[in-house]
Design a protein around this ligand. Sequence first.
Ligand code: NDP
Ligand code: ZN
Length: 187
Amino acid sequence: MGDFDTAVVFAALKFSAAKHRTQKRKDGESPYINHPIEVAELLVRVAQVRDTETIAAALLHDTVEDTGTSPEELRENFGDQITGLVLECTDDKHLPKVERKRLQVVNASHKSPRAKLIKISDKICNINDIINTPPPDWSLQRRVEYLEWAEKVVAGLRGGCAELDALFDHKLREGRTALTVGTGGIC
Ligand code: NDP
Ligand code: ZN
């Protein structure tokens, strides 16, 4: 920790933008880099985070999981602390998807405080995407199931920032309302 190092944060943004440059989010439209930017922006604006490593790791949080980036490459560029935070936010893609989903729920409460902040911000942004820019092939049921799973993961992430916890609850309610209106109401 220490003073906010803007140069490191911009280096992380530049690195992440290059790694995600060919990717779109699952709505098929949004540039992928918009997502890590949103996660980092939420941490700065809502959680008032001014820790360089947390913000840099938020910008980099999907590079290992979703681009070919190795932990070694991250370590060479950003050091052990930022790399460690990114790895705490990275699923093991060798495992079957159902197991990865289960492990996120089981492991959430064991994450470091800084990784918990990044992960809850990630879930808030993903719920926002599920509401506003969902993958076009997802049924309403699948979108509702995503909310339910995210709630279980976030149960293990709470307590680091009251404003983020409250924003997650708000988004979850908004999502449930948006996805159940006009369907006869599931809630
Ligand atoms: P996926 O893991 O396949 O997709 C969600 C992830 O994709 C997000 O966590 C996010 O991760 C990333 N993402 C990229 N673009 C978007 C976007 N536009 N909107 C939202 N997320 C985006 O989904 P799940 O496997 O978690 O499926 C959700 C739920 O649906 C699960 O609970 C599962 O049980 C259920 N399911 C239902 C099926 C059905 O047919 N009914 C089939 C399969 C699953 P990141 O931040 O890392 O980019
Ligand atoms: Zn993410």
